[in-house]
Design a protein. Structure first.
Length: 123
């Protein structure tokens, strides 16, 4: 679980870094070329970066307590306090799958509009 979390974090930060480099290149090219329209929509990229960071924060909030409690359980053994902490740490772990649809509805206008159309057409 720790390896998967680290791999996800590294992947998200690499994507963030690539988008940031791309943004700087486009801004550098825009200053030398004034053709009116930018080559890419920077607002869309910034929104994507914020979404990526939000997903990473949710994954961190949901998975880190379980990872820490699992490590403590392996290190401490069958301690009743650690066992209770491990069970309690499963709540945010299971909650993470229900937070994904909320995130998609909040950050993706197409999904939100599609859901509105679906709910309004059923009335």
């Amino acid at each position: 679980m720790l390896l998967c979390y680290l791999a996800t974090s590294v992947a998200y930060f690499k994507v963030f870094r690539i988008i940031r480099q791309h943004q700087q290149q486009v801004q550098g090219n825009q200053s030398s070329q004034n053709f009116g329209q930018p080559a890419i929509n920077l607002a869309k990229y910034k929104r994507s970066v914020v979404s990526i960071l939000f997903i990473l924060a949710v994954v961190s909030f949901c998975f880190l307590p379980s990872i820490v409690c699992t490590v403590m359980y392996v290190h401490e053994g069958s301690n009743p306090g650690v066992h209770v902490a491990l069970i309690v740490s499963l709540v945010p772990l299971f909650l993470s799958s229900s937070l994904n649809p909320v995130h998609y509805l909040w950050r993706m206008n197409d999904v939100c509009n599609g859901l509105k159309l679906l709910l309004c057409s059923n009335r």
